[in-house]
Design a protein around this ligand. Structure first.
Ligand SMILES: C[S@@+](CC[C@H](N)C(=O)[O-])C[C@H]1O[C@@H](n2cnc3c(N)ncnc32)[C@H](O)[C@@H]1O
Length: 390
């Protein structure tokens, strides 16, 4: 028997090649390793993650795990601390295999649940139901009737609803765009947890909070840009403000995915300079790239192979104008357009070093609905780094 918030149910049990497999010990071991308070770890020990996963998932390094051919491996994978991709290319066959829905890594989920500081009486709104696993964890914390979860993809939402019912949870799952282009959801909530990345916190998320509350969301400065941070924002009326609690990577909210803005291949540069060493290095380090995007938003990057070259070059493209740059392993830096991205990056990096190389947790975000702004600051909300009109 399993027991979650007083409910008991018989588990159908998984039949493996060697007989029935028991997930409870696996869940307990995973939970014990999570860097989270006891009451959060208990959730992971009791809510069965595998009940929310489809028969085929993709884990680290795109490894495919198939329950039909390898039930033991699939079950063990379900209780590892990795994000498991559950949908690719928005469910359309024949795509490039871009992840579009997943069960997030349990340690990341635990981090977000901890940051949300959920109390038993709170109403919680989740944006991005995915598998329904997080909605089940939330329902275990506050009860089914206090959890609403919104999923934009109708197939994903339908699957999550089924999994939740089969696992004996009953939060409300709505098939909607959680960026709230429609009206808000009733009743208002005390906590909003998004499990997809935004670069613009939607107004409706603040409006959705009843009085004071908290929004916990993956946030990144530029759609399609590098990495992301966990934004923990305290809401008070028309304002949400808080620090970033370290880096994390989530798929983008559908409305904020960004295509385009790629440096052209083969076009002539305005300037070509040369440095000793490999100018690609800081851009290939995820942490450094994320820090640069916090300090200097509005660019995307990628890698491309040049004809005849032995190594790919890194391209940078501005998302605010047509400027671009190419950085080559042999030390060449090509730049074009009015915004010299590499020069700008050198300047902001020097500025950051002069200030003692503050890490992400020194940065924060203010969303102001009255002024219509979103502002990134360093150390104190009054120390504005940059601000965008919403
Ligand atoms: C990382 S998955 C969510 C993981 C999920 N919380 C779980 O426990 O399995 C992100 C989900 O957000 C959904 N999504 C993306 N944009 C959305 C939007 N604007 N509104 C609602 N859901 C969205 C995606 O379809 C995807 O299922």
């Amino acid at each position: 028997m399993d027991q979650v918030h007083g409910l008991q149910w018989e588990r159908p049990g998984l039949m493996g090649q060697d007989g029935p497999l028991d997930h409870t010990a696996l869940a307990r071991t995973l939970a014990e390793r999570l860097p989270a308070p006891g009451h959060i770890r208990d959730l992971f020990a009791t809510v069965p993650r595998h009940r929310f996963l489809p028969d085929v998932v993709w884990g680290e390094n795109r490894v495919r795990h198939d329950r039909t051919t390898d039930p033991d491996g699939w079950l063990h994978t379900a209780y590892t601390d990795q994000a498991l991709i559950t949908q690719r290319d928005d469910g359309v066959e024949g795509g490039r295999g871009v992840p579009t829905s997943s069960s997030s890594a349990p340690s990341v989920m635990a981090r977000m649940l901890t940051a949300a500081r959920i109390e038993h009486h709170h109403r919680v709104l989740e944006i991005g139901t995915g598998t329904g696993y997080n909605a089940a964890l939330l329902a275990s914390m506050v009860g089914d009737d206090r959890v609403t979860s919104i999923e934009i993809d109708p197939d994903v939402a339908a699957r999550a609803r089924r999994a939740l019912i089969e696992a004996e949870f009953a939060p409300t799952v709505l098939t909607e765009d959680g960026e709230g282009r429609r009206v808000g959801y009733q009743p208002p909530c005390d906590r909003l947890i998004a499990t997809c990345t935004v670069s613009r916190v939607p107004d409706v998320w603040l409006r959705q909070i009843y009085g004071r509350g908290r929004i916990v969301t993956p946030w990144a400065p530029t759609p399609g840009g590098p990495g992301g941070v966990l934004a923990v924002l305290d809401v008070n009326g028309d304002r949400a403000e808080g620090r970033f609690e370290g880096g994390l990577s989530f798929m983008w909210a559908r409305g904020q995915r960004q295509a385009g803005h790629v440096a052209p291949a083969g076009s002539a540069a305005d300037t070509t300079t040369r440095v000793d060493g490999d100018p690609r290095t800081p851009w290939l380090d995820g942490d450094q790239a994320l820090m640069l995007s916090l300090l200097m938003p509005g660019w995307r990057y990628g890698m491309r192979m040049e004809d005849g070259a032995e190594e790919p070059y890194v391209w940078l493209a501005s998302t605010t104008c047509a400027s671009w740059a190419r950085l080559h392993a042999d030390g060449r830096i090509e730049q074009a357009g009015g915004r010299k991205l590499v020069d700008q990056a050198d300047q902001v990096r020097a500025w950051w070093r002069d200030r003692g190389e503050p890490d992400y947790t020194n940065f924060g975000l203010t969303v102001d609905l009255v002024r219509g702004t979103q502002t990134v600051w360093l150390r104190e909300p009054s120390w504005t780094l940059w601000s965008t009109k919403r």
